[in-house]
Each structure stands twice: as structure tokens, then as C-alpha cells.
Design a protein around this ligand. Structure first.
Ligand SMILES: Nc1ncnc2c1ncn2[C@@H]1O[C@H](COP(=O)(O)OP(=O)(O)O)[C@@H](O)[C@H]1O
Ligand SMILES: [Mg+2]
Length: 362
């Protein structure tokens, strides 16, 4: 996939921007707080429907303005694709896909495909399970709109079941009324767990290979998927049933994919607790490279790669390994100093200053 055009209007610090990234590596160079991440974030927004930094659209609208617009057009093997988003405070996103207004946010998925690698990806390794589930969900939703809808259904069902749990414990409903929700949860949650399981199994194989390569054979990486419920429907319902007393006490559902986790084992040990900062960073890099690879296999073409300020944090050998993977992958890479990209085959350089992009000649 090739991004042809990125246009921003009143998005974050940009009043107006119009960029046509080259097919190879486009470098975005600028000091702190000039708008590099904002630009990449806009692409993420068109690819996934959400920003990686905030869930509040209001923050994306340029201060003092009442609407923001983001437009990304890309060429894929099956033709050209366009996503246009309009953000207004307090309103749902206006979404236009290939010239047609979309009724549901899931409709924007699958048109612009991008993988973002940023320093925050370290959180996937270091932070709690919610970060890892977010990574899995962003990924799967981007590749499969059906998964995204299933997730929405599931989350709604959990919220409703939790409300019912509260009603039961306060005597406004009987526990017999739970069973309808339990079968719905088992159906939807089971489907999510099966999809995540299959995806993670593929990711694990690729990640293991990537990690071995990145560490020159010194480290192994294993991914362990810890599902929050059995994937089999009947077993799932039984698990819900067995957990009912605790659920009633807490007015919260304790079984299901919203409790999933993913463990990264480096040389057999949990990288979250025992990994050094450097090892954790390498895990994040292995995961990103693997995500890109799995997406390519699924989509039949490379997604765009967005590298946000990660070069300066990698040691020279990891940096070289990353750069060697960029062949044939359209890449947008931000950095504060162009020397961070030494060794990369840079197609174009833009300077980013106070929300203004300037193409550097020569
Ligand atoms: N809604 C907004 N309106 C105007 N400016 C914004 C908005 N949100 C963030 N900014 C500004 O954008 C800048 C940060 O841009 P960012 O892309 O994160 O910088 P960097 O170049 O370091 O990646 C900051 O100066 C911040 O004040
Ligand atoms: Mg930044």
C-alpha cells in the first residue's frame, strides 16, 4: 500500500498541511513539540478510527477552532482508497470512505493500513494487560472489521451483565435472569478469544524468528496467550457460572476476553518483570516487525510503517536491523536529528516547525 496524500485542516497544531509522501522513506525532522507525532497520529486515526494518544476527539481539534478534518488517500493493489474524517466537539466522527458517507466507524477499517512504532510501544511490554489487549485489538480491528464489531457487541454485553449483577445483588432482579446474558457472552467472548488466539499464534511464530535475528541468536522470545475464559461455549458458560458469587459481590464480570493477557518470555522469563529496559525495547521492536509481517500476509501487501522518534532509542545494531527491513515498505519516520537515520535510504526530507511542513530540497 502506498499513501499518496495526507491533508490536515485544523488538526492539532496544523492549520493546514498537504503532504504527498514518497514511496520509500520520508523523514520528518524537527525539534520537540513541532508537530511530528501529530502528523503520524492523523494517519493512525484514518487507519484505525482512533488516535493512539487520546480517545477524546476534542483534543485533536486545533485550539480555538470548531472542527478538524483529516484526509488520507492511498493506492492498494485493488485500486485507490480514501478516508476522510471530520471531528467536531461533542459529535460523532464524520466519516467518508471513498467518497461515501459511512454510518458506522468500523467501515473505515481496511482502507488505510499502517503500523506505528513509537516509544510508547514499550508500554505494551512494561504496563498492565490492558495495554496488551489494546495492541491486539487495534491490530485485529484494522485487518478485520468483523472483529471490531464483535468487540463492540461483547463490551456492550459485559456492561449490561454488570448492571444486572448490581440489580441482582440489590434484590431488584433474580440470578435466573443472568443465563440469557451468559450465553450471549459465551458466544461473543468465545469468538473473540478464538480470533485472538489464532492471530497470536501466527504472531508468535514470526516474533520468535524476528527476535532471534535481532539479538543475533542470544535471546529467544515466546508469546503466551492467557485467555480470560475457555473458548468453548459450554465451558465458557460453566466458568461464568462458577464465578457467579464473586461477580455478584463485585458487580463485575470476572471471566472473559476483557481479562485476557499476553506474556512475553525472553529466554524463558517474563520480560515484564525480569527484562532489562534494553531487552524490553527489543521485544517491542520484534513485536512491531512481526505485526507488520502478519499484516502483509493478511492483506497481500505491506502496510505503511510509521516510525515515531524510535531511532534515537535503539542501539546501533537494532537500528541497522530496523533500517534493513524498510526495503519495499513505505515509511514515514520522525526524528529530531537527521543523523538518527544514518544508513537509511531516505527519499524525501521535510522539516516540521510549529505545524508547518517544508520540503527540504536536495
Ligand atoms: N488541539 C491542539 N491544537 C493546537 N495545538 C496542539 C493541539 N494539541 C497539541 N498541540 C500542540 O502540538 C504540539 C505537539 O506536537 P507533537 O506532534 O506531539 O510534537 P513532536 O514534534 O514533538 O512530535 C505541542 O506544541 C502542542 O501544544
Ligand atoms: Mg513526538
Amino acid at each position: 500500500m502506498q499513501i499518496k496524500t495526507i491533508q490536515l485542516h485544523n488538526y492539532r497544531c496544523y492549520e493546514q498541511a498537504d503532504l504527498s509522501p514518497c514511496p520509500g522513506v520520508t523523514a520528518l525532522v524537527g525539534g520537540n513539540a513541532q508537530g511530528k507525532t501529530n502528523l503520524l497520529e492523523a494517519v493512525v486515526l484514518c487507519a484505525t478510527g482512533r488516535s493512539h494518544r487520546t480517545s477524546r476527539d476534542q483534543e485533536l481539534i486545533r485550539w480555538g477552532e470548531d472542527a478538524a478534518r483529516v484526509y488520507v488517500a492511498a493506492d492498494r493493489t485493488d485500486g485507490s482508497h480514501e478516508v476522510e474524517l471530520t471531528l467536531r466537539p461533542g459529535l460523532r466522527k464524520g466519516i467518508v470512505v471513498c467518497g461515501k458517507r459511512a454510518a458506522r466507524s468500523g467501515e473505515l477499517m481496511g482502507h488505510i493500513s499502517a503500523v506505528l512504532f513509537s516509544p510508547e510501544d514499550l508500554r505494551m511490554v512494561k504496563d498492565g494487560p490492558a495495554e496488551r489487549r489494546r495492541f491486539i485489538d487495534m491490530e485485529l480491528s484494522q485487518m478485520r472489521p468483523a472483529y471490531y464489531y464483535e468487540l463492540q457487541r461483547y463490551n456492550r454485553a459485559v456492561t449490561q451483565r454488570n448492571a444486572l449483577l448490581r440489580d441482582i445483588s440489590e434484590g431488584r432482579a433474580t440470578s435466573a435472569s443472568l443465563s440469557a446474558w451468559d450465553s450471549q457472552l459465551a458466544k461473543s467472548g468465545g469468538a473473540i478469544i478464538r480470533t485472538r488466539g489464532a492471530f497470536l499464534a501466527r504472531l508468535a511464530r514470526v516474533a520468535e524468528e524476528n527476535h532471534r535475528e535481532l539479538t543475533g541468536g542470544a535471546e529467544t522470545l515466546e508469546l503466551l496467550y492467557q485467555a480470560g475464559a475457555p473458548e468453548d461455549e459450554e465451558a465458557y458458560i460453566r466458568a461464568l457460572h462458577d464465578h457467579m458469587d464473586v461477580d455478584l459481590r463485585r458487580a463485575a464480570t470476572g471471566v472473559g476476553p476483557h481479562r485476557d493477557d499476553l506474556v512475553f518470555l525472553v529466554n524463558g522469563r517474563d520480560a515484564r518483570s525480569f527484562g532489562s529496559q534494553g531487552q524490553q525495547r527489543t521485544v517491542a521492536l520484534s513485536m512491531k516487525l512481526s505485526e507488520m509481517r502478519v499484516m502483509r500476509d493478511e492483506l497481500g501487501e505491506w502496510p505503511a510503517l510509521l516510525l515515531d522518534d524510535v531511532m534515537s532509542e535503539l542501539d546501533p545494531s537494532r537500528r541497522r536491523a530496523l533500517i534493513s527491513r524498510l526495503k519495499g515498505v513505505q515509511t514515514m519516520v520522525s526524528c529530531t536529528d537527521i543523523s538518527d537515520l544514518a544508513g537509511a535510504d531516505i527519499g524525501e526530507i521535510y522539516t516540521v516547525e510549529k505545524g508547518i511542513l517544508t520540503r527540504r530540497e536536495g
